[in-house]
Design a protein. Sequence first.
Length: 440
Amino acid sequence: MKNIKKTDPAIYQLIRKEEKRQREVLEMIPSENYTSKAVMEALSTALTNKYSEGYPKKRYYQGNKVVDEIEIIAEERAKKLFGVPFANVQPYSGSPANSAVLMALLEPLKDKIMGLSLAYGGHLTHGSHVSFSGIYFKTVSYELGKDELLDYDAIEELALKEKPKLIICGFTAYPRTIDFKRFGQIADKVGAYLLADISHIAGLVAAGAHPSPVPYADIIMTTTHKTLRGPRGAILMVTEKGLKKDPDLPEKIDKAVFPGLQGGPHDNQTAAIAVALLEASKGSFKAYGKQIVANAKKLAQELIKYEFNLVSGGTDNHLILIDLANKNVNGAVAALALEVAGIVVNKNAVPEDSLPPFYPSGIRLGTPAITTRGMKEKEMIKIAQWINEAVSEVQNVHLPVSKEERKIYWKNFKKEVVKNRKLLQISMEVKSLTSKFPLP
Ligand code: DSN
């Protein structure tokens, strides 16, 4: 990075600092990962200089012969990896991609979306009232059952009553296998389109570590930077089933992405997606996907030994959601303490959470990034021990209920917790472990 170092030392230093942070911590946010060097290299190329509005061989800008080839390769690799007849690799990321699906299929203020409530592990774009999806479309949310699992009978009943035009399955905080077949049957029964948002689990699907939604969904959306381990971005796919239902789906999706919602695609991102898709087609990626799940299961098992209350009782995929109520600690407090200890997780709402999303009852953590570093079951035992020690350090820290008091308390707590000796000692041990597992 000799050029940026010379031109902009401030940004250079900050990038180096962030690289160091990523290297030294246990990165356990389940939606994050470490890309390969090859993906990074593709991102940092002359492709970022180009405008390519339109699609391969139908561009509004000259000079796109090379970009056309790159985009076609990316599309073909996506189609092959997931077994679908159509792919659009242009969405900038997950939210624009989901918005494009809504724009392609639904009439604003008239048609209805049915998705998992955000508070139960859905996504903003699945119909939350604070997002585009909930503001411009009618929405109805399903929730989890009392056992914290998807209740397919209740979902079917709700769908029959509400008659949504689009049902969305695929979640951000659901630790269990999704029954895509059942979702497909429910959608068929009520004549709805089924969108499978597999952003979190795409890498697992590609690796054969989670069932694929392909025979059951009409449209599939995935971001490319989570378990799939590519650059930030997203892919929209239409399945054979979707094509049969509506042969114009690919054209509708294309039009919604551009010119409907976006301008020119980020061609460097497209190239990096192509590289990641190639990597995901290799045998070593299959082993990676399976190890993500094996690690998550082992970590879950160990956490249960420390009496952590895991939502749904465990995990089948890459993520774990912990309800900290029995530990007498708020999720925001625990997440901050863990960060001081070098373990980076999300604070997260749990089903039927009575606390606000900024200070929720739980934490969400996962194994995609640490598995990329080569960590296995043995390391999960140690990590569970550290998580337990770190959370124990802040047990019985009670956040005031009043907003104003909480703000002041939180400010002081943030100042204090970074000096906690036990947490700092764990962070040194974490550093010693991570130094043995280099980044790609
Ligand atoms: N922001 C993503 C996550 O962390 O799960 C969802 O889009």
